[in-house]
Design a protein around this ligand. Sequence first.
Ligand code: PLP
Length: 434
Amino acid sequence: MLRSHLIKPLIGEYYPTIDYGKGIYLYDDSGQEYIDACSGAVTANLGHGMEDILQSIVQQGNKVAFVYRSQFSNQPAEDLAAFLYEKTGYAWSFFVNSGSEAVETAIKIAIQHWQEQGRSSKTRILSRWLSYHGITMGALSASGHPVRRERFDGHLGDWPTVEPPYCLRCPFGKVYPSCGLFCADQLDTMIRRIGADQIAAFVAEPVIGAAGGAIVPPKGYEKRIREICDHHDILYISDEVMTGCGRTGTFLTLEQSGVEADIVTIGKGLSAGYAPIAATLVSDRVMNPVLSGSKVVMSGHTFSGNPLSAAAALAVLKLIDKEDIISQVQSKGTYMRNLLEKLKGEFHFIEEVRGKGLLIGLEMVEGAGSPFTSLIVKKGIQNGILLYPAAAGIDGRSGSAIMIAPPLNSSKRDLEEICLRLKAALRESAAEWK
Ligand code: PLP
C-alpha cells in the first residue's frame, strides 16, 4: 500500500476510501456498500448525491465562487439569512464554516452584548459537564468532554460548571420528577457563587450528542434554565449544531420546549454536508446594544458567508421544505425507536434506548466502556452500517453509547434495514466480547 500523507483520526489505522454516495448509501473503492445510519457525523440529513443541491452549487460557482465579506455581500448569503429569519424568528445570522466557529462566535457576541452596555465584567460562559461544543479552544473550554479536553487543559478556561440532566445515571442520585429538576437549579447555585456580574451566558445542547449519546433532558428542564438565566440577566445560548435544521422533528429542537434562547448555533444539517457552513443566529434583543453601539461584531473568517456554501444550504433548506421532510421526522423516530426497543429485548447489554426524532442513542450497561463502543462500530462497518460512537458514563469516559441518526428522508424500509444490520453487528460484538 502507498504511504498516506493525510493525518487521519487514528494515524496508521486503515480507513476505506469512499468512491461515491447515493441516497443513504456510501460505496468505497472496493465496491463495499455502507448504510449511513448516522449521516456521517449527524450531518448528511438528505443523504448523498442529491442532484438539485449539486446543481445549485454549480450554478453559483458559474457566477462567483468567493467574495470577501469585508468587501462585498453576496445574494445566496443574504437569501439564506432571510430564510433563517423566516424559519426561526432570529433576525440576524453570522455565517461561519464549522459548528465550533459558530459557538466561538456566539460566545463573542454574548460578551459584546454586555460590553456595549458598559457591563464589561460579564465575560464568563457557564456550561455543563457531558457536553460538546467544538474543538477550537473557546468552544472546547465550554465543552464538558473530558477526553477531548485533557491534553489542552492548561490552555482552557474552566467553564463547565453544572451537572448534566442525565436521568439514567443522575449525578445527584435523584429520580425524576421527585428531584424537582435539581440539576437545573444547580445553575442558579453556580451563578450565585460566581456572581451574575461575572457571567455573560450559559450554553447547552437541547439533546446531549457526542458527549452523552442523545440524552434528552426531563420535561420542564429548559423552561427552568430560561427562568434562571432571565432572573440573573444571563444570556441563554442553545447549541443546536447537531439538533438543528430538523433533526429532531422541528426546525430548532428548543421549539419543542416552548422556550426561546437568545443565541442559537446551527451547523451540520444546515448544508446537510454538501458544503462547509454553520451559523450563529442572534435575536434583535441581543444585537440591539451592538447596533446602537460599535456596530461591529468582532469576529469573522475568510470563508464566512461563502457563496457556494450559502447556495448549498439554501438548496438544502428549500428542498426540506418542499418535500415537507421535517413533519415526518417524529413519526419515523418513533418507528425506529420501537424497532430498537425490540433489539434491547434481545441484547441485554443495551440499558437504554432514547432520543428525539431521528437523533437516537443506545447506552450500554455500566462497565461496558468505550472499547465496547469501538467494537460495535467496527462490527458495524464489517456489516455495512455506519454508527456514531458517543462518550458516555457519568465521568464522560467509562460508559458506552452509540447514536443512530439516519438521513431525515430515510424510508421505513431503510430504517428496518438499519436495524437488521445493527442486529448483526451487535450479535458479533457480543460474541467477541465474551
Ligand atoms: N456543537 C455541537 C452540539 C456539536 O455536536 C458539534 C460537533 O459534533 C460542534 C458544536 C462542533 O461542530 P464542528 O465539528 O462542525 O466544528
